[in-house]
Design a binder for this molecule. Structure first.
Ligand code: PAF
Length: 282
């Protein structure tokens, strides 16, 4: 497993693999890797000859007052974990390598509409930061395929839309969320939870599951279901940001004919903002 920090070194390495006719898969991450990330690496290896994992805590996707400074940076430990998985190359650039200009001068990629709802409403500019860095990572690595977790459901849709709109020649593969035995979605931000908060956090999955059952049982008053879920999260000790039932394809509120839905949740527990989702077919 090679570790590189510079774009020109990366390009040299990749061109030799491409000359040899090898398919390249990309797994973009911000590091602090957990089992969910490692599953992405395993999937990537099934889709390509070579797997690149990028580790970059992207300042452009964090708002003022968010956890950019405190986000765990654990490169040595991440490299040790990746060495046990089929990783060929770890690309861990510095902020200056990715953003050589001042960040305000950086050209940005914006996916309209999708970027401004749900998480984008609470975190203005977040998805512009995500789309911009993912576009740059695609340009740096020019992968055949890129693998992302479905826990960040809205992010996955933003990336799919960006790839379609900008005609970027990469296949986007989404992977099911990996959960702890009590249902909590694996996330680097779970590390922020105290033991008491960690005991409360599985309520997110439990409440989503109850709402999914009520939808499947035929309830269609989405606003009432959302409010009762919000109250249940509060009663469990969480501070909900949103609990929404939306259409899978575009995250807009569902109409009477829509059958493919997704329940999306964001909730605070102490300083941690946790997100999760579940799809439901009616
Ligand atoms: O999901 C993440 O870890 C990040 O948003 C990503 C896709 C690596 C972009 O920084």
């Amino acid at each position: 497993m090679i570790t590189l920090h510079k774009v020109d070194q990366l390009r040299r390495q990749l061109s030799s693999w491409r000359l040899a006719g090898q398919r390249i898969a990309l797994v973009p991450t911000m590091g602090n890797l957990h089992v969910g990330h490692l599953r992405l690496v395993e999937r990537a290896k099934m889709l390509a000859d070579r797997v690149i994992v990028t580790i970059f805590v992207n300042p452009l996707q964090f708002g003022a007052g968010e956890d950019f400074a405190s986000y765990p940076r654990t490169l040595d430990e991440d490299r040790r974990k990746l060495a046990e998985y089929p990783t060929d190359l770890v690309f861990a650039p510095s902020v200056a390598e990715v953003y050589p200009r001042a960040q305000e001068e950086q050209t940005r990629v914006e996916v309209p509409g999708l970027s401004n709802i749900l998480c984008g409403q609470t975190r203005p500019g977040h998805f512009v930061g995500v789309a911009t860095v993912v576009c740059k990572l695609f340009n740096m690595t020019q992968p055949d395929v890129a693998v992302f977790g479905e826990k960040d459901f809205q992010q996955l849709l933003v990336i799919r839309r960006m790839v379609e709109d900008l005609q970027i020649p990469v296949e986007i593969v989404g992977m099911a969320t990996v959960r702890e035995p009590d249902g909590l979605a694996m996330s680097s931000r779970n590390g922020y939870l105290t033991p008491e908060q960690r005991a409360v956090a599985p309520a997110i999955y439990a409440v989503m599951s109850r709402i999914a059952e009520r939808l499947r049982a035929g309830e269609r008053d989405y606003a009432a279901l959302e409010s009762s879920a919000g109250r249940a999260l509060q009663d469990a000790g969480l501070r909900p940001d949103y609990f929404q039932i939306r259409r899978v394809e575009d995250l807009l509120p569902p109409g009477g004919d829509d059958k493919e839905l997704v329940i999306l949740v964001a909730a605070y527990l102490g300083s941690a903002r946790l997100i999760d989702n579940r799809t439901v077919t009616l």
